[in-house]
Ligand binder design. Structure first.
Ligand SMILES: NC(=O)c1ccc[n+]([C@@H]2O[C@H](COP(=O)([O-])OP(=O)(O)OC[C@H]3O[C@@H](n4cnc5c(N)ncnc54)[C@H](OP(=O)(O)O)[C@@H]3O)[C@@H](O)[C@H]2O)c1
Length: 166
């Protein structure tokens, strides 16, 4: 078994950086984003959708943030703040050193993220590896359910009070 799952501290540290970090940063920026009708782009990972079993704590933290960003997307749409999630495949950075799989160059992935943003895609698959599942994801049952659940957002006034506390 990977050490991750035996050691609560490893899970907590992944959640602190990858989940609580984006949560707190998003909350802090909501007032400014509301004024500017801005956008949030979160670099998640394909492991937000399916865990990489050798690094379960990382995958859990990305899955949690994927779920969180869907909530923010629904809550903030009344304020015209867009929320974009990137389901990025393996990228050639320090993080993946020693992980022997084909990796995309960081510059190409960054360009892919901005291309997806300019096309207005909620869910961005910014590299050749992730792009293979983009069409299936966008027409799939999970995406349809996401859109169905967005109807359960409380009225705008309640959102302003309950979401983000600003
Ligand atoms: N590489 C991939 O294959 C891949 C795939 C999908 C998604 N992503 C995502 O892309 C993002 C960037 O990753 P990367 O591949 O560019 O990794 P990276 O080269 O290892 O860079 C990680 C960055 O996160 C910062 N960081 C690490 N721990 C932190 C902490 N506790 N508090 C604040 N900052 C911290 C590091 O800061 P310092 O430089 O100061 O250490 C560094 O700037 C991550 O969210 C990652 O999950 C990466």
């Amino acid at each position: 078994m990977p050490d991750d799952l035996d050691d609560t501290d490893i899970i907590n540290r992944h959640l602190a950086v990858n989940f609580l970090g984006p949560l707190r940063v998003t909350e802090a920026f909501v007032p400014a984003l509301t004024r500017s009708k801005g956008a949030i782009i979160n670099n998640l990972s394909l492991s937000a959708l399916v865990p990489v079993a050798s690094t379960p704590a990382y995958s859990i933290s990305k899955a949690a943030t994927h779920n969180l960003m869907q909530a923010f997307r629904a809550l903030l749409s009344a304020r015209d703040v867009a929320v974009h999630s990137c389901f990025t495949g393996p990228v050639n950075t320090d993080m993946t050193r020693g992980f022997e799989v084909p990796k995309s160059p960081p510059g190409l992935v960054a360009a892919g993220i901005f291309d997806g943003f300019e096309r207005g895609e909620d869910d961005i698959f910014p590299d050749a590896y992730s792009e293979r599942i983009a069409d299936g994801w966008r027409t799939g049952v999970i995406k349809a359910l996401q859109q169905e659940f967005a109807a359960y957002v409380p009225p705008a006034a309640e959102v302003a009070q309950d979401c983000c506390h600003h």
